[in-house]
Design a protein around this ligand. Sequence first.
Ligand SMILES: [Fe+2]
Length: 359
Amino acid sequence: MTETTSYDPAPPDIVRAAYGELVVGDLESARWFWVNVLGFVVTAASSSPKALYLRGYDELTHHNLILTEGRTPAAARLAYRVRTPDDLDRAERFHRERGCRTERVPAGATRGVGEAVRVEDPLGFTLEFFRDIEPAERLIQRYDLRRGGHIARIDHFNLMVPDVPASYRYYSSLGFGCSETIEDEDTLYAAWMYRKQTVHDVAFTGGAGPRLHHIGFFAHESHQVLHVCDILGSLHEEAHIERGPGRHGVSNAFYVYLRDPDGHRMEIYTSDYYTGDPDHPTYRWSVHDPRRRDFWGHEVVESWYKEGSAVLDLDGTPRPVSDSRIDESAVTVGADGLGIIRREPGAGTRTVSPPGARS
Ligand SMILES: [Fe+2]
């Protein structure tokens, strides 16, 4: 961890981003995309609610994605696993102290998941903290079963938020380290923050929010990213490919962004790096460096900056969306939409200490 400030009350000890629940309009269409095309493993299905519990081939836990059929496509909640049962109490106290609405739910409220604490966080997202979850068979060497994108595990959540510095401060207070940022002299445009020892468990994209930008899933090899694109092309379903494949500057990951039948965005992501040393630095990218979002300088499509999934509160009601305070896309894409890129001599990556006191 790079954050050294202590907080009172203490935050929960978060292990990693663990699963997301997406509300989809038609579960069979969602099954086609997530299971048939992408190759997620179905751990369980339920009829009330009508839902699928999915996981990747490496996962040791019951699910890393829940698809629930509902009227309005949205992100219902994002879940983090904590280290001990006492961390549920810490999560509750920590958020009550900040004036957040909290709710304790019994084991089984989510299929396979033990007792949990749910909160409406200061950014407007519904989070769940849990310790216990039913184990699942790790299928990493069942090559005979693998299909689609060979999805291994969940990697991260990416959140669209109007106020990136406030998001950075909240997640710093939860004990997250910061691996990379996009910024200029005055503005923090984006940040990548972690608990597990990778580039991130959560990232912030400046935009109207709160909305879910995407959930990122890890694959082991870049050709698995490419294979999904070939499958979609063969099926004449190429419209599901929104951006990429490509190489990120931030994180170094090889990636592709896909949109599911309801418009939920997912990323298949591979080959980022280790961040576990205690003095791991923060890499700060200039917003004027066209390599930051794509290392080969390919333009980012406008929909990627502008569109995201609504998020639900604890009652299942969509949260109101506030306009963004910043527009990173306007820095790299001209007002005429023709993709004018501003280049500055020497713009690139700098390695410096984390932007702890930025606001
Ligand atoms: Fe991502």
